[in-house]
Design a protein around this ligand. Structure first.
Ligand code: NAX
Length: 332
């Protein structure tokens, strides 16, 4: 195969990475021809665990994986990388206040942003997964000014997939029959899962999801809150946060960025806002996007009624507050 690409995964000793590494190494994301060098970053105390992960990578005998570089050094981790998946973050511990969590993560993403700016390829594609994903992405981009703004994204594809799955289950179709749902805003419980443009394909016939379900109350209430609270429901059941489904969503996100989205089909991604739909410019906000030749563009001119505007306003407000708190924390 051709020249290997360098892919860094942070939080590589964690549970999402444990599901993610196999899919990337197996060619499920960059294709079966693309060889890969894996850079695996985690913190010093878990280097032993990471070493065990490296042993398992060896034992999988994946032909596309040309080298594995486990490290606790940001310089080594980000050196010449083509793709950077920021999965690691400071987890919320019992008794921890929101602002303590935010400031701990600001420290991490300030340091990693600075290192990314210095050592990564200038065309590196960035995906932030670690929570609070949008705001961590904002801080990362802030400290990596030499990398183009359009190369920074955060993951809302899991929310997008969850929304599709809820509709598919209600309509008793495969989730591949559902198209063009949208997650707007923050990867948090204020996100707006929007199905006003979504369609379902039944026996080759495309119908608006709204017409197929014919239950406005369910679509505006139960559906929205189920998607918003799905992460918490998984934690309550598993005592651990979503990992298998998060890893799969990361693969969907990166594969679509690498290969482009299908004709007339959009996906959701947190990206740096250009002001579209009245969102504050510079905020990392989830939008419906189409991707061609690696270029991400926001789907424009979607209709906004008062309900939708209110939903978007609410998630934007939360993101502005998070961003302001995070910027304050960078100075302290
Ligand atoms: P784990 O706690 O299993 O793993 C996180 C790993 O990150 C640990 O090995 C930890 O040592 C490492 N880490 C901590 N600080 C680091 C640093 N400064 N540099 C490098 N590594 C560092 O968590 P996991 O279940 O894998 O989840 C990872 C993150 O994804 C969490 O922040 C989680 O909240 C977030 N999620 C985001 C989702 C999204 O859709 N955006 C969904 C899934 C998940 O909840």
């Amino acid at each position: 195969s051709n020249k290997p690409i360098r892919v860094v995964i942070t939080g590589a000793a964690g549970q999402i990475a444990y599901s993610l590494i196999h899919q990337i190494g197996n060619g499920d994301v960059f294709g079966k021809e693309q060889s890969i060098i894996l850079h695996l970053l985690d913190i010093t105390p878990v280097m032993g665990v990471l070493n065990g992960v490296v042993m398992e990578i060896q034992d999988m005998s994946l032909p596309l994986v040309k080298d594995v570089i486990p490290t606790d050094s940001e310089e080594v981790a980000f050196k010449d990388v083509d793709v950077a998946l920021f999965v690691g973050a400071m987890p919320r511990k019992e008794g921890m206040e929101r602002k303590d969590l935010l400031s701990a993560n600001v420290k991490i993403f300030k340091s990693q942003g600075t290192a990314l700016d210095k050592f990564a390829k200038k065309n590196v594609k960035v995906v932030v997964v670690g929570n609070p994903a949008n705001t961590n992405c904002y801080i990362l981009a802030h400290y990596a000014p030499s990398i183009p703004r359009e190369n920074f994204t955060c993951l809302t594809r899991l929310d997008h997939n969850r929304a599709k799955a809820q509709l598919a289950s209600r309509l008793k179709v495969s989730s591949s029959a559902i198209k063009n749902v949208i997650i707007w805003g923050n990867h948090s419980s204020t996100q707006f899962p929007d199905v006003r443009s979504a369609t379902v394909s039944i026996n080759g016939q495309e119908t608006a999801v709204y017409d197929a379900i014919r239950d406005d109350q369910w679509l505006k209430n139960d559906f929205v809150s189920t998607v918003q609270k799905r992460g918490a429901a998984v934690i309550a059941a598993r005592k651990l946060s979503s990992a298998m489904s998060a890893a799969k969503a990361i693969c969907d996100h990166v594969r679509d960025w690498w290969y482009g989205t299908r004709e007339n089909e959009w996906v959701s991604m947190g990206i740096i806002s250009d002001g579209s739909y009245g969102i504050e410019k510079g905020l990392v906000f989830s939008y419906p996007v189409e991707i061609k030749n690696g270029q991400i563009s926001i789907v424009q001119d979607l209709q906004m009624d008062d309900w939708a505007k209110g939903m978007i306003e609410k998630t934007q407000k939360e993101l502005v507050e998070e961003k302001n708190d995070a910027l304050k924390a960078t100075n302290s």
